[in-house]
Write a protein that binds this ligand. Structure first.
Ligand code: NCD
Length: 342
């Protein structure tokens, strides 16, 4: 059964410091997370390592991950926390243990926070409710990937000329158009970004073929109605207005029988050098290329674009590590985040 797509559902009643959806974050909280990220980044490694000394953080991963898992783990370790990784491949999950029982086991072992990646949309809500612990959603099915949206925001603020990164409010990204292209339907990254970026003033344009981008994309009907999120199926047209272009992988594991003509897809939607330079030269020099990874070179993105001067793909990874330190400090109520609640 395909997971149901939800609109922007606010979660209440979960442990403070949880991050289940970007809908839970006010713009003020987003600003606080980014400010904490800056503060932690500027600390000496010794001071940083004292922030969560000895605190226990569990990483519970039911789906493959490279960037998200490693950056959460390295972020936790840099703060002095003790981490443990439980993956579906080598744990009692393989024997049929439920998410709830796995969560309760981790709690009994002293975990104070759980970072969860799960194939089912909504799984982090269940875990947060069952354990009462702060849960950080590291990607749930086709639903959300809040820490990715925050790291993408930080990347845009750091790399896009003319943006005042020092003042985070509803106008910070006014005049900025972000085109998200590819497998929007299955993308929790697209969904979290389409929910977060417009709240800072950006326009989000979704681009892809109907099979990968249905009309009510992401269930974000209200956002589509306000004009903050638009659909443009012609990639070249979409690119003309874009300062930021975010490319997405086709999620083969979630296609559920959907057939795609890859040659046609590449012809219409691959970001190659020729496409990247569409529009005024000034706009091109500024155009930022992003990809949450994993990227499939030669499919959604040409290798020379991924490696080119406009690419912010490695920056995204670096910002991911930084933002996740702040999310962990927030989750564990340390470092001035005590007053931040969800
Ligand atoms: C993505 C994910 O898992 O949602 N990657 C990531 O976390 N950076 C995107 C994908 O799997 O294509």
């Amino acid at each position: 059964m395909k997971p149901k797509m939800h609109g922007a559902v606010k979660s209440t009643g979960y442990a403070a410091g949880s991050l289940l959806t970007v809908a839970d974050l006010t713009v003020v909280e987003v600003a606080a997370i980014l400010a904490a990220t800056d503060r932690i980044e500027q600390m000496s490694s010794g001071d940083r390592a004292r922030m969560l000394t000895g605190r226990r953080i569990a990483l519970l991963f039911y789906e493959s991950s490279t960037r998200t898992r490693t950056s959460f783990e390295l972020a936790a370790k840099s703060l002095g926390a003790i981490t443990t990784l439980v993956s579906d491949k080598s744990s009692s999950i393989e024997k049929g243990e439920s998410l709830k029982d796995t969560g309760l086991t981790l709690r009994a072992l002293g975990a104070e926070c759980i970072i969860l990646r799960h194939a089912n949309s909504g799984a982090p809500y269940l875990l947060a409710k069952a354990t009462g612990l702060p849960v950080l959603n590291a990607g749930d099915g086709m639903h959300e990937h809040p820490s990715q949206a925050l790291l993408d925001l930080r990347t845009i603020l750091a790399r896009l000329p003319g943006v005042n990164a020092g003042r985070i409010d509803a106008k910070t990204l006014a005049g900025v158009t972000v085109v998200i292209t590819g497998d929007i339907l299955h993308s929790r990254v697209a969904r979290s970004n389409a929910m977060l970026l417009p709240r800072l003033g950006a326009k989000v344009v979704l681009c892809g073929p109907a099979g990968l981008l249905p009309e009510d994309a992401l269930g974000l009907g209200s956002a589509l109605n306000t004009g903050c999120v638009e659909i443009e199926r012609d990639f070249d047209k979409a690119l003309k207005q874009a300062q930021v272009v975010m490319m997405l992988r086709i999620q083969r594991e979630r296609l559920a029988g959907l057939e795609l003509d890859l040659a046609d897809y590449i012809a219409r939607y691959q970001l190659n050098e020729e496409r990247l330079v569409v529009g005024a030269p000034k706009a091109v020099a500024m155009r930022l290329v992003m990809h949450p990874g994993p990227m499939i070179r030669g499919l959604e993105i040409a290798g020379e674009v991924a490696d080119g001067p406009n690419s912010a793909i490695e920056d995204q990874v670096r910002h991911g590590l930084a933002v996740r330190t702040a999310l962990l400090v927030r989750a564990l109520g340390a470092g001035g985040f005590e007053s931040v609640t969800v």
